[in-house]
Design a protein around this ligand. Structure first.
Ligand SMILES: *Cc1c(COP(=O)(O)O)cnc(C)c1O
Length: 414
């Protein structure tokens, strides 16, 4: 059979992934996305109720009753599918409404929706730039931005993570390019640290460069009113291109967008391949996302609660002797350094009713294994307190509390 040789190859590849301990296995969740979920783990066991600390449900809107009601209303009033791309017969009034609401919220001139932020990032560079231009990106940008850059013929330059001196050097080196674009995530998902957008905007000004920010881990809750990383750094209106997702804080269903200068968005409607050749966002999602935009535009209650819970969790964990990456983002990396230790602790926590995942190489650099906790406005203080108690109990078992990085590595290896 023609498939035989290929089959042997794929089986070997899978075995190698497994032998390296890198096989990603999915856990089955038997409930809606929320603070309390029911998880089947290991596979085939009875699902248990656990506190969820690893979703991107930052504002707790994934299963919010008003959002679900808006989704139902959208289904009733605009149907299930549009069976078309946007420019043929797939643009509904609620798509336009959502694009306008996102522009107003982010303080941008215009917005264009995609089926995901991955699709937005895949389209944006190729549609707006070519071989006369230079893209200068942070070392740690999201995989979807890397893929988008690969699809574009522009020159590629990389600066070390948040290294502003090196960025400036690259800006000097690329003076010959027609357009230069500084490309970064607003928040980096493994450490929860923010790009230095104030310095980036100053450099962009000085060297006549454009700016691109993927704010997927920020839109809705970073900044005083949750507009994002640009609000936090007081550079609203200065970022030329923002991409973001509807799949995290903004209800968590799916969808993404590019929010940018008017002419850029006009060009994207003509040229963005994942927009032109892929179906429209389903009405259910457009309708629900409109409600999400209304909720987060009307009140900062949810992002304020998230900020409070995050502060509380970070302070308590630090005072109990956990080694956490400092910051204020609801992504809280609890450093364990050793891959197996991160998996063992995550498994023990599951049996204590706390659902978290260990991250290790190649998701994070070698010797940087960790458990990444994500706080949500859907949590109550009791959830966080239970999580802190469980973490403390398990950490005592492994004798890591108050231990330095070197000590943990001495005990468990890197
Ligand atoms: C999650 C994420 C994406 C992907 O978003 P989707 O809408 O799920 O495709 C893109 N960029 C960044 C920085 C992300 O964190």
């Amino acid at each position: 059979m023609p498939y035989d040789r290929a089959q042997a190859f794929y089986r070997e590849t899978l075995d190698a992934i497994k032998n390296d301990g890198l096989l990603k296995e999915e856990r089955y969740i038997h409930s809606p996305q929320a603070a309390d979920i029911k998880v089947e783990y290991p596979e085939g066991s009875n699902a248990s109720n656990v506190i969820n600390l690893c979703a991107n449900n930052y504002l707790g809107l994934s299963s919010h009753p008003e959002v679900i009601k808006a989704a139902h209303d959208g289904l009733e009033s605009r149907g299930y599918g549009v069976s078309s791309v946007r420019f043929i017969c797939g643009t509904q009034d609620i798509h336009r409404e959502l694009e306008n609401k996102i522009s107003t919220f982010l303080g941008t001139e215009a917005t264009i929706l995609f089926s995901s932020c991955m699709d937005a990032n895949a389209a944006v560079f190729e549609a707006l730039f070519d071989d006369k231009d230079a893209l200068i990106s942070d070392r740690l940008i999201h995989a979807s931005i890397i893929d988008g850059i690969r699809l574009c013929k522009a020159q590629r330059h990389i600066y070390e993570h948040s290294d502003m001196a090196m960025l400036e050097q690259k800006l000097k080196e690329t003076r010959g390019a027609r357009f230069r674009v500084i490309v970064t995530d607003g928040v980096f998902s493994m450490d929860g640290d923010l790009a230095k957008l104030d310095e980036i905007c100053a450099l962009a000004e000085k060297y006549d460069a454009l700016t691109f920010v993927d704010d997927s881990h920020a839109t809705g809750f970073i900044g005083k009113t949750g507009r994002g990383t640009h609000e936090h750094y007081n550079v609203m209106g200065k970022i030329d291109i923002i991409t973001t997702t509807l799949g995290k804080a903004l209800g968590g269903a799916s969808g993404g967008c590019i929010s940018a200068r008017q002419e850029m968005v006009d060009i994207l409607r003509q040229r963005a391949r994942t927009y032109l050749f892929s179906n429209s966002l389903p009405p259910v999602i457009a309708a629900a996302a409109n409600k999400v935009m209304d909720i987060i535009s009307a009140t900062t209650e949810r992002r304020d609660k998230l900020e409070e819970l995050t502060k509380f969790f970070r302070a308590e964990m630090t005072s109990r002797g956990f080694d956490i990456v400092p910051g204020f983002h609801p992504i809280v990396p609890i450093m364990l350094y050793n891959a197996k230790l991160s998996q063992d602790i995550a498994r023990d926590l599951y049996y204590e009713g706390i659902y978290v995942i260990g991250f290790f190489y190649p998701v994070v650099p070698k010797g940087q294994a960790r458990i990444r906790v994500q706080i949500s406005a859907g949590h109550e203080k009791e959830h966080i307190q239970k999580a802190i108690s469980a973490f403390t109990k398990i950490a005592e078992k492994y004798k890591i509390l108050g231990k330095t990085k070197d000590k943990i590595i001495e005990m468990y290896g890197a």
